[in-house]
Write a protein that binds this ligand. Structure first.
Ligand code: NDP
Length: 312
């Protein structure tokens, strides 16, 4: 029986682990992929207080090493459900062909983050790994010297385009409006690049491929005109969506799938907490994910102590 099981090993989950073990609790982190969460896709982080500049991977490695060296345990596995049995919780991990694994804990912190929003065009799923990508830092190198496009107008799209412009012969930035949501400083960097071209008021409506991506079909949102843009790579950076389907029978979710929890990170179920981007909140940033990790862990510690004291 662990004191705290944390579902998700991103910034919120790893921060929670650090606070949990430093409070003397036994902590297990369960993560379906690699540790670090979304931040590993950021080439450079420049807005985390106290750190001038660091790569996302380096930041994540630091958090992970800190949590593990303090005594947190980490296991790979996708949590498919959590059952609430009053004084303890059962956390089930997918068996992938074998039997499901079950872990028990006095409290659970859901730190499941978010997942990439898909474009929703035909063949998108089929072409992942064959030209379509959601991670410029992971896949950008495969497109060295080639022409690629980035879709989106937020900070992720702008950062991705900057990163790709260092390796690719040409980078098109396709955005559905003529104003960018991302920071102006990033936009100005892109405007200085002579291999970057903006295609504004345009959406991707189709993908052309014979085995691998060859072109994207664009539609002008003002005129309705359709055009074809030959590219080898399409980097989709149009925001994130919630990833809490496995917990909709456990805790209350809002209409877009985020876990209902206020700044105290408490869900509607005693002993289950939500931290980071997976919960209802306005600001989803690295700093707020770390802050949530601390808040959720301290709340879980208090809950755990209360349960143990009640049990005598
Ligand atoms: P955002 O939600 O900020 O931006 C998503 C972009 O995709 C918007 O421009 C939006 O257009 C566009 N979009 C959404 N849906 C579609 C669609 N179906 N088709 C076409 N375009 C679409 O997401 P990001 O991932 O960029 O950023 C998420 C958060 O993370 C933000 O708060 C951001 O500031 C932060 N971030 C910070 C970084 C940093 O500080 N280093 C780096 C990366 C992200 P529209 O503008 O018209 O709505």
């Amino acid at each position: 029986m662990y004191d705290i099981i944390i579902v998700g090993g991103g910034t919120a989950g790893l921060s929670a682990a650090i606070y949990g073990v430093r409070s003397g609790k036994s902590v297990l982190i369960l993560e379906k992929a690699a540790y670090g969460g979304q931040i590993i896709n950021s080439p450079e982080v420049e807005n985390y207080p106290g750190i001038k500049k660091i790569s996302g991977v380096e930041f994540a490695r630091g958090l992970y090493d800190q949590a593990i060296s303090l005594g947190a345990e980490f296991e790979n596995g996708q949590v498919i459900r959590v059952e609430d049995s009053d004084d303890y919780k059962r956390v089930y991990v997918a068996g992938n062909g074998e039997q499901e694994r079950c872990y028990e804990a006095r409290s659970v912190i859901l730190a499941t983050g978010v997942k990439n929003r898909p474009l929703g065009v035909d063949r998108e799923q089929e072409l992942i790994g064959a030209g379509v990508s959601y991670c410029a830092t992971c896949d950008g190198m495969f497109f060295r010297g080639r022409e690629v496009a980035v879709v989106g107008g937020g900070n992720t799209a702008l950062e991705d385009a900057i990163f790709l412009s260092n390796y690719c012969s040409k980078v098109y930035v396709i955005h559905r409006r003529d104003k960018f949501r991302g920071e102006d400083s990033q936009l100005q960097i892109l405007k200085q690049k002579n291999n970057v071209e903006f295609i504004l008021n345009s959406v991707v409506v189709g993908l052309k491929a014979q085995g691998v991506l060859e072109a994207v079909e664009l539609q002008d949102t003002v005129t309705g005109e359709k055009t074809e843009l030959p590219v080898s790579g399409l980097f989709v950076a149009i925001g994130k969506i919630s990833d809490n389907d496995n917990f909709d029978n456990l805790v209350k979710l809002d209409e877009t799938g985020y876990i209902h929890a206020a700044e105290d990170c408490k869900t509607d179920v005693a002993g289950i907490f939500a931290a980071g981007d997976c919960r209802t909140k306005n600001v989803r940033q690295l700093a707020t994910a770390a802050a949530d990790g601390a808040v959720a862990a301290l709340a879980a510690c208090e809950y755990t102590d209360r349960i143990v004291n009640t049990q005598g």
